[in-house]
Design a protein around this ligand. Structure first.
Ligand code: G6P
Length: 608
């Protein structure tokens, strides 16, 4: 995710900004820039690539001044180019804006601004903010920002400067973090705590809807109507390493906890007011989509499990047959793919060699290929016909967590879109499903709040050598992902099976030493799953069940029950995954494993 730093005080702002942005480098970015209020001028410097490029530019042509805003951009709208790098300025060049998040209604805003004579130079959603502030400014920057944010839909953290108020930064947030480090005669706005720790440990935490007017000596916070607010402040004891991890012990745990936001941002803007599912990236009309009669999905690792979940969704909702293949198999097995087949490649990194080869093979055979990826500008985006982005932000832990659930969120949208084009679900059903999908971020939040119970369950399984994961229906790929997480970070052998297959082999492995994790959420095969649980219990296995709140019966069949809120069966994959992630995480930690960098594994596998 992008980084924001803003400084107002007695120091050279460019030094503080470069230092603060460097502290946010671990989050990943592809361009960097800053705007400094310099003696009545607004100086803007932007460079693609690493911060060192911006640093060199500033060394060549110093940007002198005590007030400024800086940004590291991780591309979401538009490629990583200088034109798309932040800060963005208005027509007059007197206002500069840096932004994290996604402005959902930016297409309408751009059209409106262009119609009113504004000239927009980038492909970004952010640039609209600079021009909106310009159009609303009437002598008071805070007021202009308040009017601007009333027009914004989506998620944002903003820091804005205006030459007419050269001693001030105005900051605002909704659904994207923003803090202010309060120093002695200086203040620093930042998207994350590490950026300010060199100067202060007193942190003011902005809430959604807050607007802060920041000068060297004062921070005034109000809500959008102008009413003053007294935000929470905290004294941070963390060292830099802990601060980069947001106070969590590891990136993996931080990323598990970032899932509500990752899912929310991935779903943003996907349903129009008239009930049309929005997936314009496919660049196919409803008529073209309605002709799709076969879908082929290729992926590796965790992304492969998202592919199997997609198979369930697309077949269930759009009634289109879906074939799923591991990329390394697809490329060598003469697959039956032609120009009537829609091929979807799922890859969080966008760089996995086997998946790229599968994409090339599918296109060689005439198929249209769409990529689902988390990295703008990655290779898969250049080699596919269209791209659907997940908006999970950079994932640093090697084991995929938030990119997985964000992929499932995007695949929910794809399946709904196909169902709408095919007419296989009526509009009421589509809207009801969408309403339920939209609650997923809150549901995940609720499950994360019960982490301590999962942790105490984990404590009883740290000495295990082998384990089995079972599920039915959409619970099968959830079980597969649960087993993969456990084996890759804790090095415990874990095998996943469709529960009904257990009697054909794996049941021979069952002993009291082999615990069985079962996805036992309520659905049309629930009773069958309970029977499978009884079969393993009869052979002495300890059972950990992931079940639905209110299901008391399951307690009679399992040693441990990890409860999740009730959802309809089709969308239960994301909620059921969360306890699996936390269980693996805590078992691995208790075994002393390095969860962020498990042995022998790489985040992005660019070899065959
Ligand atoms: C590696 C990573 C996994 C990931 C897999 C596929 O093995 O460690 O977390 O699921 O690659 O990566 P992709 O970027 O194609 O989704």
């Amino acid at each position: 995710m992008c980084g924001i730093v803003g400084y107002v005080g007695p120091r050279q702002a460019s030094d503080v900004l470069l230092g603060g942005l460097a502290r946010l480098e671990y989050r990943g970015y592809d361009s960097a820039g800053m705007a400094i209020v310099s003696d009545g001028n607004l100086e803007v410097g932007r460079r693609i690539g690493k911060l060192v490029n911006l640093r060199e530019a500033v060394a060549d042509t110093p940007m002198s001044g005590n007030v400024g805003i800086g940004h590291t951009r991780w591309a979401t709208h538009g490629k990583p180019t200088v034109e798309n790098a932040h800060p963005h300025v208005d027509c007059s060049g007197r206002i500069a804006v840096v932004h994290n998040g996604i402005i959902e209604n930016y297409v309408e805003l751009r059209a409106e601004l262009a119609a009113n004579g504004h000239i927009l130079l980038s492909e970004t959603d952010t640039e609209t903010v600079a021009h909106l502030v310009e159009s609303y400014f009437d002598g008071d920057l805070t007021e202009a920002v308040a009017k601007t944010i009333k027009r914004l839909e989506g998620a944002y953290a903003l820091a804005i400067v205006h030459l007419d108020e050269p001693d001030t930064i105005v900051a605002a947030r909704a659904d994207s973090p923003l803090i202010i480090g309060m120093g002695d005669g200086e203040n620093i706005v930042a998207s994350d705590i590490p950026a300010v720790l060199e100067y202060t440990r007193e942190i003011l935490v902005l809430e959604d809807g807050d607007i802060a007017t920041v000068t060297a000596g004062e921070v005034r916070v109000s809500d959008v109507s102008g009413a003053p607010r007294t935000p929470e402040t905290l004294h941070v004891e963390w060292n830099l390493d802990a601060a980069e991890k947001g106070g969590y012990d590891d990136f993996m745990l931080k990323e598990i906890h970032e899932q509500p936001r990752a899912i929310r941002e991935t779903l943003l803007g996907r349903m129009d007011a008239d009930g049309t599912v929005q997936l314009s990236e496919l660049q196919m009309s409803e008529a073209q989509l309605s002709l799709v009669d076969r879908v082929f999905i290729v992926a590796c690792g965790t992304s492969y499990h998202a592919a199997i979940i997609a198979k369930h969704l697309v077949e269930q909702w759009a009634r289109i047959p879906v074939e799923v293949d591991v990329s390394s198999e697809f490329r060598y097995r003469d697959p039956i793919v032609d120009d009537e087949t829609l091929v979807v490649a799922i890859t969080q990194s966008g760089e996995t060699t086997d998946t790229l080869a599968a994409v090339r093979e599918a296109r060689r055979r005439g198929a249209k290929v769409f990529a689902i990826t988390n990295v703008v500008g990655s290779r898969v985006t250049r080699e596919s016909d269209g791209v659907i982005y997940t908006h999970a932000g950079p994932e640093i832990g090697v084991a995929a967590t938030k990119t997985f659930t964000a992929q499932i969120a995007a695949l929910n949208v794809l399946a709904l879109k196909l169902a709408q084009a095919k007419g296989t679900l009526d509009q009421d059903r589509i809207e009801a499903l969408w309403a339920e999908i939209s609650t997923l971020p809150d549901i995940v939040e609720a499950i994360l709040a019960e982490e301590h119970e999962i942790e105490s369950c984990a404590r009883e399984y740290t000495d295990v050598v082998s384990s089995l994961f079972l599920g039915r229906g959409v619970g099968v790929p959830v079980a597969m992902e649960g087993a993969l997480k456990l084996k890759e970070i804790s090095y415990i052998h874990a095998e996943a099976y469709p529960a009904g297959e257990m009697k054909h082999g794996p049941i021979a492995l069952i002993t009291p030493e082999v615990p069985v994790v079962v996805v036992a959420t309520q659905g049309h095969t629930y009773e069958k799953v309970v029977s499978n649980i009884q079969e393993v219990r009869a052979r002495g296995a300890r059972v950990i069940a992931v079940a639905t709140h209110g299901d008391d019966e399951i307690r009679a069949h399992a040693e441990h029950v990890l409860y999740i809120p009730r959802t309809s069966e089709d969308i239960s994959a994301i909620p059921a995954t969360i306890p699996m992630q936390l269980l693996s995480y805590h078992i691995a930690k208790m075994r002393g494993c390095n969860v962020d960098q498990p042995r022998n594994l790489a985040k992005s596998v660019t070899v065959e």
